[in-house]
Design a protein around this ligand. Structure first.
Ligand SMILES: C[S@@+](CC[C@H](N)C(=O)[O-])C[C@H]1O[C@@H](n2cnc3c(N)ncnc32)[C@H](O)[C@@H]1O
Length: 464
């Protein structure tokens, strides 16, 4: 073993260090300290391990450093013998002089240990930002693979200068070519994208329905891309694959083969999701969440339910079933592509109203008497005459719902809010705001919806 480089008297950070790793933190790294007391955020380690790290982001004046584990001197028993995916294995790639790619940063740990780490992160965020104490369990997804592989129905690839699909190392725009991605459904690997010459493509988004339905390959083209050559190249994809391409600067993709959408199912419901439109990425997530989340909001027959950050309407369908024809569901979605998907899906259901726009603005428009007038308007427009909602599903992106949306919901005072979150820190911040207004958090559940990564999905049920 090479000894760690001695500290440079001129203050230049060493290239490598030996460290004892501390607890896991939000973001998936462990926290360690140098003998001088500087904080180092270390990826690819486990709490308690003694490791040699390579500094990836360090400066003498930086408040903290970042590092990757390159050798394990004392291993935690939960460390796997082999990482689930070689290009993301920090020990292996740094031995070859390259950083690991992102996308499987916990792939060195056994799944139960990954879940325990995620539970610690969720519990810590809830305690610190929402004042909620108590243990959190992260539940495995139904039918999970023992290695946590083969679950992603959506994958984004970058493309390198030679036209090969690749992925980025953490916090980098470099493209490392990859032969495949074992976290994806096997059907995505079977497309053979790694064998295509995709020069002129900036990014490839693949959507493959969990039930084996026709996959869609969506290309984002660079300026000056040779479309004829790329059409010939993508014609080599397996029969039945849909292909769509968005030329540089164009508003919409053009269909090159099949339909520019995939068909998704959950329960008895069917959705069409366009290229670039949002859909839950774990193969078991739509089924699980569409049963759990709308029910957690307790919609009542004849009542009004809100599906905020509705996407293509995964939760809208079950909410509409619950309120029935005499009730109403308002589904609010900001993306033009995804809200158009929702509008098409629910065109035959008069109880459903799909509103395209930012959640804070739509709430202000529909219920102007609940909260302040929207910014930039002198007077709030008249409300749309929809009775106030009793049940609310809230499923924002990582940034969370935020102060304005939370304050409007507090003013609307529904009976229940079911808040589904992919970032426990912004969830905890928003729960803290509800709690300071006197609301109670009735239940918290967390799901291992992104195995081998540090991400985790959390469902919180709130009542005023
Ligand atoms: C986590 S996804 C949830 C989608 C849906 N609930 C589902 O499970 O399929 C969040 C959605 O919020 C949309 N979104 C992001 N910011 C928004 C905003 N300020 N107002 C409305 N929608 C927004 C995104 O386009 C995305 O579809």
């Amino acid at each position: 073993m090479t000894p760690p480089a001695p500290a440079d008297p001129a203050g230049t950070p060493p290239a490598e260090l030996e460290l004892r790793l501390g607890p896991i933190a939000h973001g998936g790294h462990t926290v360690a300290r140098t003998p001088e007391g500087r904080v180092v955020f270390v990826r690819h380690g486990l709490p308690g391990e003694r490791v040699r790290v390579r500094l990836t982001d360090a400066g003498q004046t930086a408040r903290y450093w970042r590092a990757d584990v390159v050798a394990v001197l004392e291993a935690d028993p939960a460390r796997r013998e082999r990482h689930v995916w070689a290009p993301a294995d920090s020990l292996r790639t740094w031995a070859e002089g390259r950083p690991p790619v992102g996308g499987a940063e916990l792939g060195h740990a056994a799944l139960p240990a990954q879940r325990a780490l995620k539970a610690a992160v969720v519990a810590e965020q809830l305690r610190r930002l929402a004042g909620l104490d108590g243990p959190v369990e992260v539940e495995p997804m139904p039918g999970e693979d023992p290695e946590g592989l083969g679950w992603r129905t959506r994958v984004h690839f970058a493309v390198d200068a030679a036209g090969r699909i690749g992925m980025h190392p953490h916090r980098s725009t470099a493209v490392v070519p990859v032969a495949g991605f074992p976290l994806a459904l096997p059907g995505i690997g079977a497309l053979g994208l790694a064998g295509l010459d995709l020069r002129g493509v900036e990014r490839v988004d693949v959507a493959a329905p969990a039930d084996g339905g026709a996959p869609l390959v969506h290309l984002e083209l660079a300026a000056g891309a040779d479309e004829d050559r790329l059409r010939r190249e993508t014609a080599r994809l397996p029969a039945g694959t849909s292909v769509a391409a968005r030329p540089h600067g164009a508003a919409r993709p053009a269909p090159w083969a099949g339909r520019p959408a995939v068909v998704e199912h959950a329960g008895d419901h069917r959705w069409e999701v366009s290229a670039g439109g949002f859909w839950q990425i774990h193969r078991a997530a739509p089924d699980l969440l569409h049963r759990l989340v709308p029910a957690a909001a307790a919609p009542q027959p004849g009542g009004t339910a809100l599906d905020l950050y509705a996407g293509a309407g995964l939760f809208t369908a079950a909410l509409a079933d619950a309120v029935g024809e005499t009730g109403a569901v308002v589904a609010v979605e900001g993306s033009p592509v995804t809200s158009a998907d929702a509008r098409r899906t629910f065109a035959g259901r008069p109880a459903v109203r799909v509103e395209r726009g930012s959640v804070d603005r739509v709430l202000a428009r529909l219920w102007p008497d609940a909260g302040p007038a929207p910014r930039g308007r002198r007077r709030a427009p008249r409300g749309a005459g929809i009775p106030r909602p009793g049940a609310v599903v809230l499923d924002p992106p990582r940034a969370g719902a935020g102060r304005e949306v939370v304050d409007r919901l507090i003013a609307l005072a529904p009976r229940r809010v079911a808040y589904l979150a992919c970032d426990p820190a912004t969830l905890a911040r928003d729960l803290g705001r509800f709690r300071r207004a006197g609301w109670r958090v009735r239940q918290v559940r967390a799901f291992d919806m992104y195995p081998n990564t540090h991400h985790v999905e959390t469902l919180a049920v709130l009542e005023p």
